[in-house]
Write a protein that binds this ligand. Sequence first.
Ligand code: BGC
Length: 530
Amino acid sequence: MTLPATLTPIEDPLWYKDAVIYQIHIKSFFDGNNDGVGDFAGLLQKLDYIVDLGVTAIWMLPFYPSPRRDDGYDISDYRGVHPDYGTLADLREFVVAAHARGLRIITELVINHTSDQHSWFQRARRAPAGSPERDFYVWSDTDTKYAGTRIIFCDTEKSNWTWDDEAKAYYWHRFYAHQPDLNFDNPAVMEEVLSAMRFWLDLGIDGLRLDAVPYLIERDGTSNENLPETHDIIRRIRAEIDAYAPGRMLLAEANMWPEDAQVYFGQGDECHMSFHFPLMPRMYMAIAREDRFPITDIMRQTPAIPENCQWAVFLRNHDELTLEMVTSSERDYLWETYAADKRARINLGIRRRLSPLMQHDRRRIELMNGLLLSMPGTPVIYYGDEIGMGDNIYLGDRDGVRTPMQWSIDRNGGFSRADPAGLVMPPIMDPLYGYQAVNVEAQAAGQHSLLNWVRRMLEVRRRHRAFGRGTQRFLYPGNRKVLAYLREYGADNGHGETLLCVYNLSRSAQAVELDLHDFNRAVPVDVIGG
Ligand code: BGC
């Protein structure tokens, strides 16, 4: 079989292990046609910026046709581009340009649910009960089935069932009521999903984030999360991707404890990558408590994963900083510390960006980024955090962390020439974080800016494979305010390297003694300064 050019196998099938992923929102990145909404034309113009930053892959939030009541995670057509963002041709042009610059593209495969505006749902609600069309979704005559299932969007939803007057039945949804869950017990659903996946692979997409993947299957008497049948579905998706487009990657969004999250790797036959959700809040916990324990403890609980798999590590993303993977007393502590203002809280998390969480303290922002870039896994950087952008907790839902990228001091922060009133989202304008104070243009010019610091750190990371592929060994110095670990790679083939990472988690200077007797004759070299 000859594959189309976009489907030729990728040279290094483990490319995602050495990647640094930059997460962006098309709508908020750059507006190419000045209609107030970011678009693919704008993104293309900013490709050089992304390349210069030193990342190797771009993860784009959903850009598909959608009523956008969940910011695009409510998809009404799996094979298109929302007209506000451009056309399929624009997207194709962008993918080709990104590939030409050596960047890989990761998009979303949101398969747990669709929008209620999707033609499948409109068809389902009208079709007779029990018909294959109706069975694209999960229905019930009562709203008491699957009673043991938690509600994820607990601030807005009271039930996982919503009555549909047209169908005269309740439909199942793990997220907003306008996002009915697809029924993966119906083989026709699986076929449609695989076909949509091939469509994007044909377009040259290198990786797919499997949104909300633990919730695909429902079974009586269970929590309806992480069920074995859900893993069967993922293995089916993986087999298809391996056969159809070798070298492409699946990234699981499974907000679970390490022992449940690692199941999403399977025996190396499910997802290539999975977010390390429990590590994230523990990095915030460690610096708040000035104690390394939350980090060493969660990494001790993190099982070894198959050779071809990789964690994705992150500090922030487009959602709330989720505190689902901590105990309730830890959650209260983190809420008190980082979200004393209750408006900053949503569901079980905090809707703030990194810089405000660090109270604008450059040294703590660097500390957190240092952890991000040196913990085992592939780092994911959320757009705007590389310049220390702020947020707006007065906006609804999680919009406050999705405001326009701040490019310069020009109108709308250089994001768009449109009338400010017509912008998709108001830019940040407060004196500390507003675009007058925080923007790419100024930081690109400043040698010691956060932006240039991030660029330098990414350059350091690129020079050392041990960051992406190495093992991690903690040192346990007596002073618990100091976190120290070794990242080791390739010792067995004689070209090995050992990186020693040391972090002072406290706000004051600390003395520490590290036991490095294994490296008796070695001479340490500072990887940053040489
Ligand atoms: C996405 C959210 C979205 C939810 C429902 C999540 O996991 O990250 O932004 O609201 O899925 O689609």
